[in-house]
Design a protein around this ligand. Sequence first.
Ligand SMILES: NC(=O)c1ccc[n+]([C@@H]2O[C@H](COP(=O)([O-])OP(=O)(O)OC[C@H]3O[C@@H](n4cnc5c(N)ncnc54)[C@H](OP(=O)(O)O)[C@@H]3O)[C@@H](O)[C@H]2O)c1
Length: 267
Amino acid sequence: MHPFRENVVILTGASSGIGREIALQLADQGAWLTLAARDAQCLEEVAGECRQRGGRSLVVPTDVSVLAQCQALVDRTLAEYGRIDTLVNNAGISMWARFDEMQALEPFHRLMQVNYFGSLYCTYHALPHLKRTRGRIVVISSLAGKTGVPTRSGYAASKHALVGLFDSLRVELLGTGVTVTMVYPDFVASEIRKRAYGTDGQPLGDSPVQEDRVMTTERCAQLTIRAMAKRQREDVQTLRGKAGQWIKLIAPAVVDRIALRAIQRGK
Ligand SMILES: NC(=O)c1ccc[n+]([C@@H]2O[C@H](COP(=O)([O-])OP(=O)(O)OC[C@H]3O[C@@H](n4cnc5c(N)ncnc54)[C@H](OP(=O)(O)O)[C@@H]3O)[C@@H](O)[C@H]2O)c1
């Protein structure tokens, strides 16, 4: 009934949005959580809620773009719980700007550093311990990891890079008992767009998405935890995403138009 009871889970990006909700729902199952992100105060608030719901939780403020901090995240988890059963690479940042209008290239570096290298660093340090527990690696990609999306060039590149890394790692891990689950959400209502890089490299401040008309973080977390529990290879979370995969095989230009329309409509 509760596959994550006393399961030791490192969860990055736990201070907000999808990560916060995954933490709360895993706490409902009695998971033993390590919550990571940069904002220590938000993490403490999430940890408090998790304890009230029945989970254990350790807060480790972490910038996943810094290798030494990812190692410290793993070390602190081992010191607290003695093992690692699950790593959820969820921390991420985004952009909302056309490539030809970008005034600086720093956001492209930062997107790779956080979205791609952040997951790589945490996985590298956690992997020997996950092999001992025949554990789970979970990666929150995006439909922008499946196909190109206008205004998301750097974000889509970082999410495609994750797919290359983790689809390869999955094959290397055959026979070890460690599984890799890739999660591909569609639009989910969260803070990510407000924080996303605009053309000037600054946060947008406002969301161009109709946040009240897209998937909730609660639903996204439910689907993600279900896929984690089943050790699914991947979880494409909407009908649009599922259909898009098949359409892309025979008529990729149709998927381009679906992506353009989604950005124009903001949902
Ligand atoms: N919302 C969507 O529509 C959507 C769709 C598809 C995929 N996703 C993916 O879902 C994941 C979660 O996004 P969200 O929508 O929940 O966004 P969010 O509300 O902005 O949360 C992002 C989380 O990542 C953390 N983070 C950002 N930079 C970090 C860094 N350098 N080191 C450690 N943590 C960092 C943030 O915490 P701090 O700021 O405290 O560090 C926050 O906890 C991301 O990987 C995103 O790409 C989201």
